[in-house]
Design a protein around this ligand. Sequence first.
Ligand code: NAP
Ligand code: 8YV
Length: 312
Amino acid sequence: MVKPQVLQIGPLSERFNRALADHYEVTALWRQAEPLAFLREQGEQFELLVSSARFGCSAEQLQCLPNLRAICSFGVGYDPYPLELLRDRGIVISTTPDVLNDCVADLAMGLIIDTARRMSESDRFVRAGNWVDGAFPLARKVSGKRLGIVGLGRIGEAVVQRASGFAMAVRYHNRKPLADCPHAYEANLIELARWADFLVLTCPGGASTQHLIGREVLEALGPDGILINVARGSVVDEPALIAALRSGALGAVGLDVYAAEPQVPLALRELDNVVLLPHIGSGSEETRLQMEELVLANLQAFLEHGELLTPL
Ligand code: NAP
Ligand code: 8YV
């Protein structure tokens, strides 16, 4: 039987690459010496594309794919896709929602506890042999504090569920209030930051949220406030964040995402009140497997029924 053709933009796990190749004739774009030149010459043969929240697909690449019908993306973020162009061309796109909520929310809670209780910093303190010279300074309590969520969607809701075990009060900011939501809506982001002890970002990246968190929000969060970003680096004005941490205007920050990954500014790496993770929100064996299976299930559903299982 002839296998359907799939264009894959960037590498995923070896396990996924093998599973994909079992069912499809895969063209690995990243292995081409001149990817764009290859697409210009041969792009018209592809109707199906696999990519990820990391690699996306550029408008330039799409121009070389005149017969593209569907994109199955690994991950839930859609910031590296030109959505308007996809809509105009009638190209459908699926992501991998929900299966990663637990892991990303677990990590956000981990960052809250780490930054507030200074766990990574105290680990460095013990490893450096400093304990023999005196006790580690006191940190801040986690339970019973005020949690502000920016982007109360699937992941934000999972963070809130976990926070209830820590007896936290919750308020949130979305572009508009949610119907039937038990938590207080705050239309003004600066007011939310002023109220919150922990401000957790779980909104999408992209142009609409670019630098949503700038100097004013950081100063409103204040010297005892903690920012947690598991959304996208683009949501935070990184130079303003560094300035606020250096001046003491902001208490601490826990980051899983950055403006120019995998580059992390030296200024952040040098500060002690900063916990830095390498974009591992969904990075557990169990969750990554479920994400891979969902990409494959979307491809299959589109081929068999012309519809994606989890369209954007
Ligand atoms: P979701 O269910 O769509 O939730 C996103 C929420 O953000 C929605 O409630 C939306 O509400 C809100 N929102 C959108 N634009 C906003 C704005 N300008 N200001 C404030 N709120 C806004 O998405 P999700 O599945 O929870 O994922 C959220 C994001 O997490 C993803 O897009 C991705 O970037 C990030 N993520 C990161 C990792 C990681 O490894 N760190 C893993 C997975 C996902 P309204 O539309 O009502 O405003
Ligand atoms: C991905 C993510 O692992 O889902 C997302 O949006 O950021 C992560 O879960 C990563 O981007 C892989 O593409």
